[in-house]
Design a binder for this molecule. Structure first.
Ligand SMILES: [Zn+2]
Ligand SMILES: [Zn+2]
Length: 261
């Protein structure tokens, strides 16, 4: 049994909980301790199960609560060397730090957590795969492109949590400065709704018919859950003739949960 709960997802703060009978880990701690505790409560997660915080990269929407959350719940913070150094710089008193190089893995009870590189505007950044004996869940956000390595790593997921950051038209029409638009669209920025939809269509076509999909890390200014879902569903219908139940993780509030067996 592996339960996944999304406490918060988006450019304002990210945090997802993975829970088995005995243990729980979180990926990213970009929210306040107060919101984290409220999220645990909302999903009924027993805090005594919390073991480790895995961090994807150094941006504040992924690390800003790492100090307080790790201290209160006595969780080790796990990341590559560079990201750990950045977390230490932001908060020198995190509870405990463990290095996990990108491309390696670590076991926590029945869970095995492995990381693989993403393409983002930080020195290092990664996505994670959480496996139990019979389930696989991958979380991929903050990447400008889906590299062949990302595509290979997420193959066979029961649940794929995938960035769908911005709507192309909304970004075009936004009053973001040109350099920021360029940064977001670049190979080291974020995935658009169209990028996510294209990848999901390919993924389903190459054997992913039974996979569940959560769209994640939506921009506050340049996307909405309705638009992100509609874009993906429309493209899947056009490309494959299938109607798929695509779910959208909300910003700032606990939203999606799934129990995989
Ligand atoms: Zn982010
Ligand atoms: Zn980022």
């Amino acid at each position: 049994m592996l339960k996944v709960h999304c406490i918060s997802s988006g450019s304002c703060g990210n945090c997802t909980v993975f829970e088995t009978e005995q243990d729980a880990v979180i990926i990213d701690a970009g929210i306040t301790l107060r919101d984290f505790d409220a999220g645990l409560d909302y999903f009924g997660v027993n805090p005594a199960k919390l073991r480790k915080v895995f961090i994807t990269h150094r941006h504040s929407d992924h690390i800003k609560g790492a100090g307080p959350i790790s201290r209160k719940h006595r969780m080790s913070v796990v990341a590559d060397n560079y990201t750990l150094a950045e977390i230490h710089r932001a908060d020198p008193k995190i509870y405990d730090a463990r290095v996990m190089n990108i491309g390696s893995d670590m076991s926590v009870g029945e869970m095995n957590i492995s990381s693989f590189a993403t393409s983002h505007d930080t020195q290092t950044s990664c996505a994670y795969c959480v496996r139990t004996a019979d389930t696989k869940v991958c979380l991929v956000t903050d990447t400008g492109v889906i590299t062949p390595a990302i595509a290979a790593n997420v193959r066979g997921s029961d649940l794929l949590i995938l960035e769908s950051n911005y709507d192309e038209e909304m970004l075009d029409e936004s009053n973001y400065p040109a350099y920021l638009k360029h940064r977001i669209r670049s190979a080291f920025g974020h995935l658009s709704n169209g990028d996510a939809a294209d990848f999901i269509a390919d993924f389903i076509e190459s054997g992913g018919e039974n996979t569940h999909f959560w769209l994640a890390h939506l921009s506050r200014e340049n996307n909405t859950p309705v638009i992100a879902r509609a874009r993906t569903c429309e493209l899947l219908h056009k490309a494959l003739g299938v109607d798929k139940n695509i779910e959208v993780a909300l910003r700032d509030t606990p939203s999606l949960t799934r129990c995989l067996n």
